[in-house]
Design a protein around this ligand. Structure first.
Ligand SMILES: Cc1cc2nc3c(=O)[nH]c(=O)nc-3n(C[C@H](O)[C@H](O)[C@H](O)COP(=O)(O)OP(=O)(O)OC[C@H]3O[C@@H](n4cnc5c(N)ncnc54)[C@H](O)[C@@H]3O)c2cc1C
Length: 459
């Protein structure tokens, strides 16, 4: 089977490149290969009754399938160059922001109309943060919410399925370069050739991406992992921030080690959830736009970035080992009251039940100090006290900490300014490239490459 363009991975990167390609040239023959299921068949078996925790399915319904890792996410599209990836380093700051705004317009046109766009511009919170040694990063945030995000994806799929061939439950095993400069994509049952190939396999495809780079002699580098906890507390405590900004990215430099600790993925009235990356259970969070699905709690992550220097190269392996420790001690994610952590004792079921914060995730009560390296944990504790100054109550004894939250960064694939590898016609976009770490940046990278490919074809 021959295609003009093959896209590997149907996450936001793959979806938006397919969208832009089909919109600008309806004659193109395009195929999209996806390891997971179509959207409506993506069902995590955890029902809280029969299946209470992750059973490590071979293809994780949360991470794989149409919509990618973002399908059941909070659908927070951050329009900013200050976090979420380094796309601007390749394509320029203005172009990156323009593309993120374009993605926002499409999301609105496909079901997101009426959702709120929050902004840090002109907020007094910035000054309040600065007065307390905290730094609020600038951004606009479109909050689709898990429910509307799903509707947008459904509508985009209905548009795309008429214009491109989808191969679900079809992981690509290998990509080879043909002598005429074209590419062949190999699955378990067949091979498909194409003029151009766009790889957008996200974080779940990181190990596979390494093999592609090794096979096609594409240089990579990997030196970063973020480690931390997810904090859960009564929504009222953070309402001064979340009512105005929804999500605030705040950075704090610790006094003890001058490390940077930052807030990440804030979910007002949300729920804490498990995340399965290559069989390792870590923690994440999301929230719904629909008020009937709101919880009484807000959750967010506190993360510390670890950068490694030579000779150590396996930063993700380091993060995995720490997550494995929590999986070993807790059978999955561990939860601890902040009061227990600072008093040096483990939390147990009774102490969690007696607390005033009801956990939204059934995690194992335990002791995070047995899992998280001291320097990182010290930084997190310092930041909780710093946040307590702008949101009093953050450092309450009953504040819950879930661990570990790990942000694995894909190795950085060597790409030129058009996100093309040294093999002409082979592009790597989205989180799988190491360039992006967010919905908006991954989607924008897809649009960028689609436009570039078409401009090259039209030359
Ligand atoms: C629970 C959760 C909540 C999140 N919340 C937010 C948020 O609110 N805002 C935000 O900006 N970001 C959020 N993120 C991150 C965001 O989802 C990712 O940054 C984004 O999805 C990256 O898009 P992508 O297309 O690069 O990769 P992905 O979304 O990971 O998609 C890659 C796709 O490729 C497929 N694939 C992998 N290997 C192969 C293969 N060999 N063959 C075929 N298919 C393959 C996978 O099955 C997957 O569907 C969240 C992530 C999670 C897990």
């Amino acid at each position: 089977m021959k295609y003009d363009i093959i896209i590997v991975g149907a996450g936001p990167g793959g979806i938006f490149s397919a969208y832009e390609l089909t919109k600008l040239n309806s004659d193109l023959k395009i195929a999209i290969f996806e390891a997971g299921n179509p959207l409506e068949k993506r069902k995590c078996p955890i029902d809280g009754v029969k299946v209470k925790s992750c059973i490590k399915c071979p293809s994780c319904a949360i991470m794989n399938g149409f919509g990618g890792a973002g399908a059941f996410s909070d659908g927070k599209y951050n329009i900013t160059n200050q976090f979420g990836g380094s796309l601007y380093e390749y394509i320029g700051k203005k172009e990156a922001i323009d593309l993120m705004k374009y993605v926002d317009e499409i999301n609105l046109a496909y079901g997101g109309e009426g959702t709120k766009l929050y902004s840090t511009a002109d907020t007094k919170i910035k000054k309040m943060c600065l007065e307390n040694g905290l730094h609020l990063l600038d951004a606009q945030v479109r909050h689709l919410g898990t429910d509307i995000n799903y509707v947008v994806l459904e509508n985009l799929y209905n548009y795309l399925k008429e214009r491109a061939d989808f191969y679900f439950r079809t992981p690509v095993e290998k990509v080879t370069k043909l002598e005429d400069g074209k590419y062949e994509v190999h699955t378990a049952d067949a091979s498909y050739s194409c003029d151009k190939c766009i790889i957008s396999v996200g974080r779940s495809g990181s190990k596979w991406m390494e093999t592609v780079c090794a096979d096609l002699d594409i240089p990579t580098k990997s030196n970063r992992v973020d480690i931390g906890v997810r904090v859960e507390l009564p929504a009222e405590i953070f309402s001064a921030l979340t009512d105005e900004l929804y999500e605030s990215k705040i950075v704090y430099r610790t006094e003890k080690f001058e490390d940077l600790v930052r807030t990440f993925c804030m979910n007002p009235h949300g729920a804490v959830v498990n995340e399965n990356t290559n069989g390792i259970i870590t923690v994440n969070g999301h929230s719904y736009e629909d008020p009937s699905k709101h919880t009484e709690n807000t959750n967010f992550a506190l993360l510390v970035s670890k950068h490694f220097s030579e000779p150590f190269k396996d930063s993700n392996g380091y993060g995995e080992s720490i997550a494995r420790l929590s999986n070993m001690l807790g059978g999955g994610v561990i939860v601890q009251r902040f009061g227990d952590l600072v008093r040096g004792r483990r939390s147990n079921t009774e102490r969690i039940q007696e607390g005033y914060v009801t956990p939204t995730l059934a995690a194992t009560p335990g002791d995070l100090s047995l899992v998280i390296p001291k320097r990182i944990l010290d930084g997190i504790i310092e930041m909780i006290y710093a946040l307590d100054k702008i949101c009093p109550g953050t450092a309450n004894d009953d504040t819950l900490l879930y661990g570990v939250e790990v942000k694995f960064y894909n190795m950085e694939v060597e790409l030129d300014n058009n996100l093309e590898t040294r093999n002409k016609g082979l592009f790597v976009i989205g989180d799988g490239s190491g360039v992006t770490h967010s919905l908006s940046h991954a989607s924008a990278s897809g649009v960028y490459v689609a436009r570039y490919i078409l401009s090259e074809m039209n030359k």
